[in-house]
Write a protein that binds this ligand. Sequence first.
Ligand SMILES: Nc1nc2c(c(=O)[nH]1)N[C@H]1C(S)=C(S)[C@@H](COP(=O)(O)OP(=O)(O)OC[C@H]3O[C@@H](n4cnc5c(=O)[nH]c(N)nc54)[C@H](O)[C@@H]3O)O[C@H]1N2
Ligand SMILES: Nc1nc2c(c(=O)[nH]1)N[C@H]1C(S)=C(S)[C@@H](COP(=O)(O)OP(=O)(O)OC[C@H]3O[C@@H](n4cnc5c(=O)[nH]c(N)nc54)[C@H](O)[C@@H]3O)O[C@H]1N2
Ligand code: SF4
Ligand SMILES: [Mo]
Length: 688
Amino acid sequence: MTNVAAPAVDTHCPYCALQCGMRLSGARVEPREFPTNRGGLCQKGWTSGALLTTAHRLTTPLVRVGGELVSASWDDALDLIARKLSALRAEHGPDSVAVFGGGGLTTEKCYLLGKFARVALGTSQIDYNGRFCMSSAAAAGTRAFGLDRGMPFPITDVTRADVVLLAGANPAETMPPFLQHVRNAANSGGLIVVDPRRTPTAEQATLHLQPRPGTDLALALGILHAVVADGHVRGDYVAERTTGFEAAWRIAAAWWPERVERVTGVAAADQRRAAALLAGADRAVVLTGRGTEQHARGTDTVSAWINLALALGLPGVAGSGYGCLTGQGNGQGGREHGQKADQLPGYRRIDDPAARAHVAGVWGVDPDSLPGVGRSAYELLDALGTEGGPKALLVFGSNVVVSAPRAGHVADRLSALDLLVVADFVLSETARRADVVLPVTQWAEEDGTLTNLEGRILRRVKSVDPPDGVRSDLSVLRGLAVRLGQPAHRFPDDPDEVFAELRRASRGGPADYSGITPERLSAGEELFWPVPDEDHPGTPRMFLDSFAHPDGRARFVPVDHSGPAEPVDDEYPLIATTGRVLQHYQSGAQTRLVPELVDAVPEVHVEVHPDTAARAGLVEGAWARVVSRRGATRARVRLVASARQDTVFLPFHFPGAQRANLLTNPALDPTSRMPEFKVCAVRLEVMT
Ligand SMILES: Nc1nc2c(c(=O)[nH]1)N[C@H]1C(S)=C(S)[C@@H](COP(=O)(O)OP(=O)(O)OC[C@H]3O[C@@H](n4cnc5c(=O)[nH]c(N)nc54)[C@H](O)[C@@H]3O)O[C@H]1N2
Ligand SMILES: Nc1nc2c(c(=O)[nH]1)N[C@H]1C(S)=C(S)[C@@H](COP(=O)(O)OP(=O)(O)OC[C@H]3O[C@@H](n4cnc5c(=O)[nH]c(N)nc54)[C@H](O)[C@@H]3O)O[C@H]1N2
Ligand code: SF4
Ligand SMILES: [Mo]
């Protein structure tokens, strides 16, 4: 049973990057006033207290014996892991051990996980689920502005904007309280939504552009073409604050709206209307979500949206801008402090000698002892158990058996490992396959720091005691590090101590947290990074004076449309796209344990246009087999008259034979290494 530690504590929701403010009394949740949610919560937030009392909670380490997971003591479990890791390292070298992290972990955990990999294991093989999330937007943002902070402005700039373009985002289901921030735009006739489906978000829009999945890049070029052709380019801004317009325009010049209409299905008149709405705004914001980003050309696609925003003079101007809607609770902080294959804390590059010297200094190790760049998330999973690939994997905060692309293959790779260790508080589908499962504390049972979708640093506050038998992730890392021969002081398990070290490690880096103190956070200061010293007020709006490139200018990037990696054909004539429903979170490991959410949405469905369904012999409520080149999923048919006839949609929250990711194509973006979750070729069959 969970004991109540304090009567009422102000904290934040365990799930998405909106990080709605809530007040917890034991397991009882109430919303509270906070700038992102302004007193609202979605159904997942309201019901999140159920996670604190669920009977499915893990409370003892589990070790596989004779094919079964059986209870073990902490010492036995940690000793076993350390022994196996040491043996693998001795025989095959440090890169034989890999680590997979998550953007739901607190910043302290992400930081210590990266340090653990580089220092205690000495491995380059660490990456995380954020690679599957906002990595294309991050890559495009860095390319354009010299620095990536998802939304480089506070959410109130969205609230006040009179025109908002949402490309591939469905916040009505993925961040419901966010909708109040686009109400002004909707009421003033300026909400533009780009989504192949008529989502609840699109229902609110002034203008819904419904492209064929995988054609957003062409659409963005078409709108840019209309902006230029109709004389809406902000010439002074482009001349003073940017470079590269001519090269970008040379490509967009060939994408006149009628040509774009043939590729995307979006009427030329609607493209021109979008251009005119954006150009006529006093304050306009362009925001991208996973729909436009999770493609094998996702980075270029986001660059195309940023080019549009630059031509309109939006980025770096107070009240306007471009931003990405980061997804996971700590999707922003989790991408800055070193759990990414090419990264050190403070958003530094691991292949930068100065960064290595600084961070090694904080860690008290030789810079030359730090490994180099490792494999990206899917490439890492794909290499497991292969010749030259990692033979052990430690997973903290991800359920890859459900959420990784080509999930059937990923499950096979996990089976080929010598050792799979999963730290979790529930028995996720990935944990079920582990050799050792470590039961950890969750959200309301520990303190920690997160950075929300605005780049605002906030504190998650302990409000209940953890059940007996569980340990924090920080304590697990310390326990393993010590067994691997590290001095204990190098791996503190107190979040405040870790944060103090992180401040030093991030000092001088792009994501500089050094001026953020627990006292400032507890006092309710609104701190947006960078905060380079304790007197610095933080940076709610970035780029107002200059962008982060050496010349201070933003860069147009010349990008052209080429379409999805896997075209449809006679055998696989339909496009499957994937995403979310309101009630479930990600792989569903948490929300599939909340009775109210399971009652509302118990199983996977596939959204199909009635004519498409009829051609396949399918009716409402039937079970369909959805088949791609990589596998088949079974899903309950939901007829949707507003759907595109060439497109079906499945949520990815469900396990086993209901996994949307049995279908998906792991074609990777060349820059971000993002897989193409949003387009693969499928056919529909009647289940027999
Ligand atoms: N309920 C719920 N909320 C969540 C989450 C969750 O799992 N469940 N997860 C959180 C996380 S980590 C994230 S990343 C965010 C994601 O938040 P969103 O980006 O809003 O979520 P998705 O449903 O993945 O994708 C958004 C839309 O993209 C559309 N789409 C598909 N293909 C294309 C395309 O080619 N072009 C365009 N323009 N659109 C396309 C889909 O139809 C979908 O409506 O949500 C966060 N919030
Ligand atoms: N087809 C398709 N696939 C997708 C997507 C899509 O749109 N379509 N979206 C992708 C995106 S954007 C994302 S972000 C990924 C997310 O997919 P996953 O990485 O699988 O994310 P979660 O389901 O949140 O898994 C988190 C796991 O970690 C556990 N956990 C939570 N907090 C902690 C903690 O503090 N410590 C530890 N040790 N464990 C913790 C949870 O119980 C859960 O089992 O899915 C990606 N996969
Ligand atoms: S919108 Fe996100 S942060 Fe807010 S209650 Fe829902 S899941 Fe939690
Ligand atoms: Mo995500």
